[in-house]
Design a protein around this ligand. Structure first.
Ligand code: TAP
Length: 482
């Protein structure tokens, strides 16, 4: 590995977005000071402080839930679907208009490459609001069994939504767009390390003249999330994050009438058969594990390759990995940005060291890493066995564990040998094999000859410890309707 270097973030992109020195909470359509403390959000690429953000305490959460309840009772649940749709369309259009600001702010606060926030995250965020705007006046078709009773299905009420740091704006869109389309109001808590785009989204709600209290944003750490999900005024809890916190939330709401959806961790298998187009598969493997620094719940973090092509595929993969550029998230040529936090970097380092200690072969291309900030080179481990911790635990970083198999049934057995079941990839020329694998893999999403493809019309969610409920598509509406 090369020596660390200094880089100065591109000043011209930085000036696209106006970051305020401090931010309050967004409650009842206004930014208000919290009663609690505040915390700093930093750029993980430089460790510079971007802004000071209010940390909502129980009283702040209570005020936000009350504002959401009032907006639900008096305005939003009474508004016809076609009127709610107009607000969602307006929000979608403003997101498109302000897409550069949103992309730069996301890359600054999260560390992800600008070409991803600009070309993937923000366009899909806008697409989500457009898509769910279209459903708002057609809910009887979303739940045909309740349409027979002569009325539209009813919303649930106030939704508490808690999201992680890996796709801050996209996870917000996955949560807020369907909830609002169905007539619910929301209180959303972004992750502590990435609050800024949710606060810019709050400004967009103001710009769209969304009625006060329909969307409320409470920033803070785990304690704020805990206060929100356990608030008695909440009717629905939607959580995306780690399996550990998901289990704690399931326990916290047990015995209440709150409806819950959980989108949790993953350890996906990306399975390459000997008849696969190998060059195309290499692109899919790289996208599967190095997209968003591997901070992806459905990342293809276990490569299962058929023994007869393993050597050829690994040689091609290493050559491709050597071309990946790690560095400034605001540089349009960057492929791998910064790791989101010092804690996450420590976890990636720890698990990678364990992988080496347990006997797997570690390899990274020559690659210079910046001196400040949090960085990890693209890494692969060969000779990994199913017992290794790097084959079982979610690393949530740019680290690929390579295992081999001989027969399709061995591939299925290994792919399913995990407590998770969010996604999988299959690379083969044979259509019949794709269908047979998709039937046997215990994963919510199975991609064939591609990976990490997302679309608002398509439901997403897991089996086993990856959670329950679906987000996206018509299925995503069911989570917000009675
Ligand atoms: P978590 O540590 O679980 O945090 C997720 C959110 O929950 C954060 O906003 C967090 O606040 C909050 N939180 C923490 N403790 C809480 C509690 N006791 N009650 C209520 N809320 C609490 O996950 P993360 O590290 O941000 O994200 C990574 C994980 O998310 C990975 O496991 C990944 O697989 C998963 N993920 C899953 C999906 C889907 S769709 N299945 C998508 C993206 C990510 P703080 O940030 O302040 O701690």
């Amino acid at each position: 590995m090369g020596s660390p270097f200094e880089y100065a973030p591109a000043p011209e992109s930085r000036s696209i977005v106006d970051i305020k020195p401090s931010y309050g909470l967004f409650v009842n359509g206004e930014f208000v000071d919290g009663h609690g403390k505040s915390f700093k959000t930093i750029s993980p690429a430089t460790e510079e402080v971007l802004a000071e953000v209010a940390e909502a305490d129980e009283a702040d959460v209570d005020a936000a839930v009350k504002a959401a309840r009032k907006a639900y009772d008096k305005v939003w649940s009474k508004m016809p679907g076609r009127e709610r749709a107009k607000y969602l369309y307006r929000i979608a259009r403003i997101i498109q208009e302000r897409s550069r600001e949103l992309a730069v702010l996301e890359s600054l606060d999260n560390g992800k490459p600008i070409k991803e926030s600009r070309d993937v995250d923000v366009p899909i965020v806008a697409a989500h609001f457009f898509y769910y705007a279209g459903w708002a006046d057609k809910l009887a078709y979303a739940m045909p069994h309740s349409a027979g009773r002569g009325s539209d299905p009813q919303p649930l009420g106030v939704a508490a939504q808690v999201i992680p740091w890996n796709f801050p704006l996209l996870m917000l869109a996955w949560k807020i767009a369907p909830a609002l389309a169905c007539g619910n109001t929301v209180v959303l808590k972004p992750a502590e390390t990435t609050p800024l785009t949710a606060l810019l989204f709050a400004e967009i709600c103001q710009q769209a003249d969304l009625p006060p209290g329909v969307v409320n944003i409470v920033t803070g750490a785990g304690g704020t999330g805990q206060a929100l999900v356990s608030h008695p005024g909440v009717d629905k809890v939607a959580f995306t994050g780690s399996t550990e916190v998901g289990k704690a939330i399931a326990r916290a709401v047990a015995g209440t009438d709150k409806k819950v959806t959980l989108e949790l961790g993953g350890k996906a298998a990306n399975i390459v058969f000997d008849d696969a187009p190998l060059n195309q598969a290499v692109e899919g493997i790289v996208n599967g594990i190095f997209f968003n620094q591997g901070h992806v719940c459905c990342a293809g973090s276990r490569l299962l390759v058929q023994e007869s092509v393993a050597e050829e595929l690994l040689a091609k993969l290493k050559r491709r990995m050597s071309t990946l550029r790690v560095g400034d998230p605001l540089d349009k040529n960057t492929d791998i940005g910064a790791i989101n936090s010092a804690e996450q970097l420590a976890r990636i380092r720890e698990l990678s060291d364990i992988g080496e200690a347990e006997g797997a072969g570690r390899w990274s291309p020559e690659c210079e890493l910046p001196q400040h900030g949090f960085w990890f080179p693209p890494t692969l481990f060969t000779g990994v066995s199913q017992a290794h911790r790097i084959a079982r635990e979610e690393i949530f970083g740019p680290v690929l564990s390579v295992l081999t198999f001989r027969t399709p049934s061995e591939a299925v057995e290994k792919a399913n040998n995990t407590p998770y079941g969010l996604s999988a990839g299959v690379w083969t020329e044979k259509g019949s094999r794709i269908l047979s694998m998709a039937n046997q893999l215990r994963a919510g999403v199975v991609w064939a000859n591609t990976f990490n493809k997302f679309d608002p019309t398509s439901p997403f969610g897991g089996f086993k410890e990856s959670g329950y409920g679906r987000e996206g598509g018509r299925h995503g509406l069911e989570a917000y309707l009675r």
